[in-house]
Design a protein around this ligand. Structure first.
Ligand SMILES: *Cc1c(COP(=O)(O)O)cnc(C)c1O
Length: 454
């Protein structure tokens, strides 16, 4: 059989509220054309983010009933710890309420003024947590990773020559080397095992700890299975185990590849660092066997960690994201290539050449997708990055619209609906109007700015 089906059936349904174009035009006006201000009840297909939006399985919901809410020494913690050690046998596993809490703890200990932390591309909360200690966060992704149209199997790879040079030039100032798998800010592109091994070799040579920002470790492992020689016959779990065998620590948002709605952790091998991390944890998150979480959350993560490496799940996950991307490509919609693991990115600047970057083509496209089809996507472009600290405005490097796919939530007919909607948006793309900002806060404007048509 060629048809790839969702490897699950639906036991509990969450109704979607149907709306009309006329209603959505009204909601848009009320939200000042900011999609973050919409009530999610008024969204048909919500592709704003894949973070914390996964559907949990029957086994996860059953595990929630087994959650033990003891303050200290809960069996829920030990079940979580064991499930994680099965994939990533770190000595110290420290739960947190989400990924950025793990980052905050780690960087408050190892970063600081005068230091510098390299990564393929720092995710925005990672960069912000590093910079808030006056440490420098530096992105060293390969040239190919910066070219949205260039097709290569591992566009998340870090540039090894630049990394070596930095390790030579700034040896004393580098506390750790990081890699983000998959490279979220670079379009969800995977990192190859060869690159991970080469970074490990550099870290050994220069005596530096190697940490992963591992939010999408399972998706990354599946791309290695599909695209890297020598891994075709390995299971995703074996590939995940090999990835973690090369590293000294990880930060994690369980809202991604642990298939839960809230959670995260910091895991590492160094005893002294772990002791310091637990001390901060107790100040900001809670006792070391619960971090910022309930016992039931830890049990849901334990089960999620076994499900996320199942081959049928990953096959469906990677194929269904590519299904949307390939369909848009066929229509002629310019997308970031190849399609990443968790999202499809439309190049709105290329799709709407009649709009200048300061006409906010990404915002205009996202607004039209909601108006016509009730689909909510996320502008990643000049609205998000164009505001300068001095109050002026610069076009961002790219104007993208991200369609992030929640895990196990939507069926193929939902995605076919999105394709139909985008076909119509594309047919009438010349009529999409320029936008302007009527009000904005001094920073992080994309969450709350008010827009209208020029
Ligand atoms: C989501 C994410 C984070 C932050 O995790 P939160 O749980 O949202 O705090 C860090 N790094 C990457 C790559 C992410 O995708």
């Amino acid at each position: 059989m060629k048809t790839i089906i969702e490897p699950f059936r639906i036991k509990s349904v969450e109704p979607i509220r149907m709306t009309t174009v006329a209603q959505r035009e009204r909601y848009l006006k009320q939200a000042n054309y900011n999609l973050f201000s919409l009530k999610s009840d008024n969204v048909l297909i919500d592709l704003l983010t894949d973070s914390g939006t996964s559907a949990m399985s029957t086994k996860q919901w059953a595990a929630i009933q087994l959650g033990d809410e003891s303050y200290a020494g809960s069996p829920s913690f030990y079940r979580f710890e064991q499930a994680l050690k099965e994939l990533a046998p770190f000595k110290h596993i420290i739960p947190t309420h989400q990924g950025r809490a793990a980052e905050k703890i780690l960087f408050s200990i190892i970063a600081g003024p005068g230091k510098i932390i390299p990564n393929n591309t720092h995710f925005d909360t990672t960069r912000a947590n590093i910079e808030s200690t006056s440490c420098q966060a530096i992105d060293l992704v390969t040239e190919q990773g910066l070219d949205p149209q260039f097709i290569a199997p591992f566009k998340g790879d870090i540039d090894l020559i630049k990394l070596r040079q930095l390790l030579v030039d700034r040896h004393q100032d580098i506390p750790i080397v990081m890699l983000t798998i998959t490279n979220n800010s670079g379009g969800g592109q995977p990192v190859s095992m060869a690159n991970i091994k080469a970074v490990k070799a550099l870290c050994v040579e220069f005596n530096k700890p190697f940490f992963l920002d591992a939010c999408r470790f399972a998706e990354n492992a599946y791309f290695i299975k599909l695209r890297e020689a020598g891994y075709q016959d390995k299971s995703p779990k074996e590939i995940v185990q090999e990835i973690f065998s090369y590293v000294d620590g990880m930060t994690m948002s369980a809202k991604k590849d642990a298939l839960v709605n809230m959670g995260g952790w910091l895991a590492l091998n160094d005893d002294d660092l772990a002791m310091k991390a637990r001390n901060v944890l107790i100040l900001t998150e809670g006792f070391p066997t619960y971090g910022g979480l309930s016992g039931r959350d830890l049990d849901a993560m334990a089960v999620g960690l076994t499900e996320v490496v199942e081959p049928d799940y990953l096959h469906y996950r990677i194929t269904s994201t590519a299904y949307l991307g390939n369909a848009l490509n066929k229509i002629g919609i310019p997308i970031v290539k190849p399609v990443g693991g968790h999202a499809v990115y439309i190049d709105a600047r290329a799709m709407l050449p009649h709009l200048a970057p300061l006409d906010y083509p990404g915002q205009a496209l996202a607004v039209e997708m909601y108006r016509l089809g009730g689909i909510r996507a996320c502008e990643i472009g000049t609205v998000m990055f164009g505001q300068q600290p001095d109050g002026s405005e610069q076009p961002a490097a790219m104007d993208l619209v991200r369609l992030a796919i929640p895990r196990r939530v939507y069926t193929q007919s939902h995605i076919d609906y999105c394709i139909e909607c985008l076909t119509e948006v594309y047919a009438n793309k010349d009529k999409i109007k320029a936008m302007k900002i009527d009000w904005q806060p001094p920073m992080l404007r994309h969450f709350t700015a008010h827009f209208s048509f020029k």
